[in-house]
Design a protein around this ligand. Structure first.
Ligand SMILES: CC(C)(COP(=O)(O)OP(=O)(O)OC[C@H]1O[C@@H](n2cnc3c(N)ncnc32)[C@H](O)[C@@H]1OP(=O)(O)O)[C@@H](O)C(=O)NCCC(=O)NCCS
Length: 181
């Protein structure tokens, strides 16, 4: 499965170790991380270990499912903007789309542009039946992205019985009805 994707302004590709300083910077921003439930890397070396492991580990999403979060690179200047991509959640048996961008690149439509390509990749390359996005109740920018990707709320839930979340989804039929228009 090809994990090199492309849109008008962007390339999407698997993480490489050279992404480490940018992954570190991304996760080191409290505002970026506020609703993600994720934690910063200890240092750039830890981010580098993550990037190498994410690609090379035999149990990685890339290796097991030929999918995963992938770097989003701006074509015009090769800037690392953030990441998007799919993830298979074995325990819940669904694939979700995730996205996380450096704050300086918010408000340019990059999350939506890359997200639309990831949705295409989900339904056309992976032939998924359903794609999910789980978003914190207060994460309005992320909710707007999910809606722009053609997703609708299916239900609300609590993460670890604490944080309120919205479970968005789009199914195959809805995706193909949108792209045929
Ligand atoms: C969620 C997140 C990716 C959204 O980023 P974003 O920049 O708001 O989203 P987009 O890239 O789709 O940009 C949309 C905005 O760009 C504007 N825009 C500017 N130029 C544009 C263009 N050429 N094309 C499209 N939109 C453009 C749109 O009008 C829109 O503005 P609005 O939200 O005020 O209506 C970002 O807030 C983020 O990384 N958050 C932290 C991580 C996170 O919470 N991830 C989600 C966890 S569920």
């Amino acid at each position: 499965m090809n994990l090199q994707l492309e849109t008008e302004r962007l390339f999407l590709r698997p993480f490489i170790k050279e992404d480490a300083p940018f992954l570190f910077e991304l996760n080191n921003d409290e505002e970026v991380m506020r609703y993600t439930g994720d934690v910063p890397f200890k240092d750039v070396e830890a981010a580098q270990e993550f990037a190498i492991d994410y690609s090379a580990n035999k149990n990685s999403q890339y290796r097991l499912y030929q999918m995963g979060r992938i770097a989003v690179i701006r074509k015009s200047d090769d800037a690392f903007l953030g990441w998007s991509g799919l993830k298979y959640h074995k325990s819940a048996d669904f694939v979700d789309i995730g996205y996380r961008f450096m704050k300086k690149y918010w408000g340019h439509g990059y999350a939506t542009e890359s997200g639309l390509e990831v949705v295409r990749h989900a339904f056309e390359d992976h032939q998924l039946e359903l794609l999910v996005a789980q978003v914190h109740e207060l994460n309005y920018p992320s909710q707007k992205v999910a809606q722009r990707l053609g997703m609708h709320i299916n239900h609300r839930f609590y993460w670890e019985e604490r944080e309120p979340g919205r479970h968005y989804q789009i199914d195959k039929d809805h995706y193909f009805s949108i792209v045929k228009k």
